[in-house]
Design a protein. Structure first.
Length: 500
């Protein structure tokens, strides 16, 4: 069966709110996890991989509660208490770490398998707006209302080399003038490099290098009075989309055709020197040392407006803001979540509006796409005993113990992949019953004790005890013979020494 791509969405400020899963191609409802009302950037999911079940995590809006749903269960799996009300929450892609940010600028980092609070420190002097792990789970990016962006090495947060520098950021991005709302990555971004995009209330989107010292590569300026709310970056870093509070979506290409004037460009000169035909379609990256790296690039003309489809009766209603954006796994569809609770699906690169989903009564605070988990409840052929539920322990509220002194993670022991535990046990029992017990000894050198599988357990036990008694008696006789031989050898040796 072909893989099924799903849309994961969640709302806020709704009485009957729930996390919904929809099929991307048919828009049909697949499943719903409820109840749940979550603030922006406060929901995360871990996919099922390596025979380990995944889960959905959602911090409840205006509550110090974390709700957890396992893919295999229809009802809520866990309800965890947090140290305080959080403004943002995330889980690392590998499912090892969970991070949360508070209104007073504090960052918490937990190990999910043990619930251990491995790091707790004040990072910003105002509320955090988002926390994001890089795809390799090695860097943690924090944004705040104080207009700063911090980059942390997860390894340094867990086990700092210098205790006096615990909680210190690996780098800080300081070029925005107002609050930074969100960040975006490509698929290759991580501790070894890549690029990072940040969106701020100052109407700009900035592109940074993830190589230390995190240089600013380019600045994209939105039209006046446009305030960005969310980003969606192409995994291959070819383009990105920016949603605004005015209900518009802007397309920012990250590559453009090279300007060639009169055939005197450096590229044409190099091609002529090598006696090669100059290529007409030459592309260059925007920013990062190119022609537009120093000067800001202005973005004009929205490609999508969620308020264009309003009918006459609703023209006087307040404009809908774009609250969330997401790209499909193949980057052929753009999902736009609005403050009215709608999800618009647009085709790329034409930006044609295909259809609209209306699963929520409140603003859509989270949008993402994922392949349907193999262990999702209700899936055809899914068996609850084949893939175990993700191990999650209650989260510590205070950092009161050292990780090295008291650390109790859970290790799951299971058979090889693609083999259920029950099936392996049954197979092992069948093999044990069919094979005779080889005990050694006896005439002919074979020494097999045939165990009749049709007999009772008592008969088999009696036969084994009798055989054990016989072998023990033979061992005692051999030990006595060995002792007699040893004594004779010693007597002969002593007699020889006496004669000499």
């Amino acid at each position: 069966m072909a893989p099924q791509e799903l849309i994961l969405s969640a709302p806020s400020s709704a009485s009957t709110a729930a996390i919904h899963l929809h099929d991307l191609l048919t828009s049909s409802s697949v499943h719903a996890f409820k109840p749940c009302t979550t603030a922006p950037y406060s929901l995360a999911h871990v996919p099922t991989y390596n025979s380990q079940g995944g889960a959905v995590f959602a911090v409840q809006e205006d509550k110090a509660l974390l709700h957890v749903w396992a893919w295999q269960k229809d009802q809520m799996h866990l309800k965890l208490h947090l140290p305080e009300k959080m403004t943002c929450f995330t889980v690392s892609p590998n499912g090892y770490w969970a991070a949360a940010g508070s209104p007073n600028g504090h960052i918490y980092l937990w190990e999910l398998s043990s619930g251990l609070l491995v790091s707790s420190h004040t990072a910003h002097y105002r509320a955090l707006t988002s926390l994001t792990f890089t795809p390799d789970s090695r860097l943690l990016i924090s944004t705040s209302l104080d207009s700063s962006v911090h980059v942390y090495l997860v390894s340094q947060l867990i086990d700092p080399e210098d205790p006096s520098k615990a909680g210190k950021p690996y780098g800080t991005l300081k070029d925005h003038n107002l609050a930074v709302r969100c960040v975006g990555f490509g698929r290759v971004a991580g501790s070894e490099g890549g690029r990072l995009w940040t969106a701020s209330d100052d109407g700009t989107v900035k592109m940074w290098s993830l190589h230390y010292p995190f240089d600013l590569l380019c600045t994209f300026v939105l039209p006046a009075a446009c305030t960005p709310t969310t980003l969606a970056v192409d995994p291959s870093e070819r383009f990105l989309y920016v949603g605004t509070t005015q209900g518009d979506v802007y397309h920012i290409p990250l590559f453009r055709k090279r300007n060639v004037v009169g055939g005197n460009s450096a590229a044409h000169a190099a091609a002529a020197a090598l006696e090669l035909e100059p290529q007409e379609d030459e592309w260059e990256a925007v920013g990062g040392g190119g022609a537009g790296a120093s000067a800001p690039i202005r973005t004009t003309g929205a490609v999508i407006s969620v308020n264009n489809n309003k009918n006459d009766a609703k023209k006087d209603a307040p404009a809908n803001a774009v609250t969330s954006l997401a790209l499909s796994l193949s980057s052929t569809h753009l999902l736009v979540g609005t403050s009215a609770g709608n999800i618009q699906i647009h085709s790329l690169p034409s930006h044609q509006h295909l259809r609209t989903l209306s699963p929520h009564a409140g603003p859509v605070t989270h949008l993402s796409t994922l392949l349907r988990p193999t262990d999702l409840v209700g899936s055809v052929g899914a068996k609850s005993d084949e893939i175990p539920i993700m191990e999650i322990k209650p989260l510590e509220r205070l950092k009161s113990r050292a990780p090295r002194e008291y650390h109790e993670p859970t290790i799951l022991l299971r058979p090889p992949p693609c083999t259920s535990y029950t099936a392996s046990l049954l197979t092992d029992l069948k093999l044990r019953r069919a094979a005779p017990a080889k005990l050694g000894g006896g005439s002919g050198g074979g020494g097999y004790l045939a165990v009749d599988s049709s007999g009772g357990t008592d008969d088999q036990m009696a036969q084994l005890l009798a055989e054990n008694k016989r072998l023990k008696a033979a061992f005692d006789r051999a030990e006595k013979i060995n002792e007699k031989l040893w004594n004779k050898v010693m007597d002969v040796k002593l007699g020889t020494n006496g004669q000499s």
